[in-house]
Design a protein around this ligand. Structure first.
Ligand SMILES: [Zn+2]
Length: 412
């Protein structure tokens, strides 16, 4: 077996351009929300590529799509390479897309070289990674890895009240394969960094050693509706004002820890009744905090909780944490990380270790299989924005690393 394989960069770029033409955003990016007509078109395209390559396509009951290139020992658990083809409302052309299409390029390169691996290699397109339509993000890898039931996923609703199950059926991608329940030998995900470190240092590959500890909370603020005109200041209990004070406090915590690469923000605000001339009766605010280590995050969380009584007092509202969650506290598989490092060294590709600051399907897959991630540079770290951009030459080292490492693993 050859030890230094390379993908066909121009073919990879062509497939990326085809993807970039499906669900174009108004400013050069993509608006391809999950389970929309645009998503269906992109899925049709992937299906077409699967047929062209002779890869067996299976679609599970949540619409996750698997393209399988058979190995010489079909009964062995496959190596899985994946990411997502859905995008944010104003998304870029590469977030998720690159990972799926790099996987496809791995299969095609093996065809070019007429190489059969021992284990099958499968490429997966996960449904609803972004969470831009159905909450939470990484919804279907969550279920696939056994951490949520199909029923629960099917009952998620979007902001227009459409059920996940109905949206999936409407585009014709409710498959018949069971959701998960089979063994995977290893999961690889290549993704743009979505941060500036690789671009700044001109190091082409980030080996993702684990997640960035993250804390989220939904804060409930209870006020009382009243007329915005005659109600005296001393009698006002405006939930909007309480929420605003919490938002500012959270932002201040982010700044206080910014030097250590920690972040905090208020990401979403819902108000009732949210009308001009009326003081709001109820508000909910979503808080998002991330830090490089759990101790730092614990301190930020303490500061956040300590700030709430003051915000409540000043705004004359009642403020409580209605829901909390956390993720990102884990390391990827040590053996796969070592494989990535050794392979990169052999190929002469410089790498740096990074922790992922965004959530990825690989986080969930790490719960049911050995998993790892490769980051590639994106311009100025811009992402979840139509201006998101990459340079092919800076991306190919990561794709070649994916190819060689996945093949090594599949021949194990
Ligand atoms: Zn992504």
């Amino acid at each position: 077996m050859a030890s230094n394989l390379t993908v066909n960069g121009s073919r990879l770029w062509e497939t990326i351009l085809v993807s970039a033409s499906i669900g174009k955003g108004p400013r050069g990016g993509l608006r391809r929300l999950t389970l929309t007509d645009e998503d269906r078109q992109m899925r049709d395209q992937l299906k077409h590529w699967a047929q062209d390559g002779g890869y067996r396509l299976s679609i599970d009951r949540l619409g996750n799509m698997f393209l399988r290139r058979e190995g010489s020992e079909p009964s062995l658990p496959p190596v899985l390479i994946g990411s997502h083809l859905d995008t944010q409302w104003a998304g870029g052309r590469f977030d998720g897309v690159l990972g799926v299409l790099a996987g496809l390029e791995v299969l095609r390169t093996l065809d070019d070289l007429n190489l059969q691996t021992r284990r099958a290699i499968e490429v997966v397109n996960w449904t609803n990674e972004e969470g831009a339509r159905f909450s939470p993000p990484m919804l279907c890898s969550l279920a696939w890895s056994g951490q949520a039931s199909e029923e629960w996923v099917n009952d998620r609703i979007d902001k227009d009240g459409v059920r996940f199950a109905d949206a999936l059926a409407r585009i014709g991608y409710r498959g018949e394969a069971p959701v998960g329940g089979r063994t995977v030998d290893a999961y690889f995900e290549l993704h743009i960094e979505q941060g500036p470190k690789l671009d700044e240092t001109k190091i082409p590959v980030g080996i993702v050693i684990g997640g960035f500890p993250s804390y989220g909370a939904r804060v409930a603020i209870q006020g009382e509706t009243a007329h915005a005109g005659p109600t005296p200041m001393a009698k006002r209990s405006n939930a909007l004002i309480g929420a605003a004070m919490v938002a500012v406090a959270v932002n201040d915590i982010g700044w206080a820890h910014a030097a250590d690469d920690a972040k905090a923000t208020a990401a979403r605000l819902d108000l009732v009744p949210n009308l001009p001339g009326i003081l709001s009766e109820y508000a909910q605010l979503f808080v998002d905090m991330r830090a490089p280590d759990v101790n730092r995050l614990a301190r930020m969380k303490e500061e956040f909780l300590a700030a709430l009584p003051g915000c409540a007092e000043r705004s004359r509202t009642q403020i409580s944490v209605a829901e909390e969650w956390g993720f990102g506290v884990f390391d990827f598989d040590a053996e796969l990380i070592a494989l990535l490092r050794d392979t990169a060294r052999r190929l002469g590709i410089p790498t740096m270790d990074l922790r992922s600051q965004a959530g990825h399907d690989a986080y969930h897959m790490a719960k049911c299989a050995p998993a790892c991630m490769i980051f590639t540079p994106c311009k100025d770290g811009i992402t979840h924005n139509e201006a998101e951009d990459i340079v092919l030459e800076e991306t190919l080292p990561g794709v070649n690393l994916l190819l060689n490492a996945a093949v090594a693993r599949a021949n194990r």
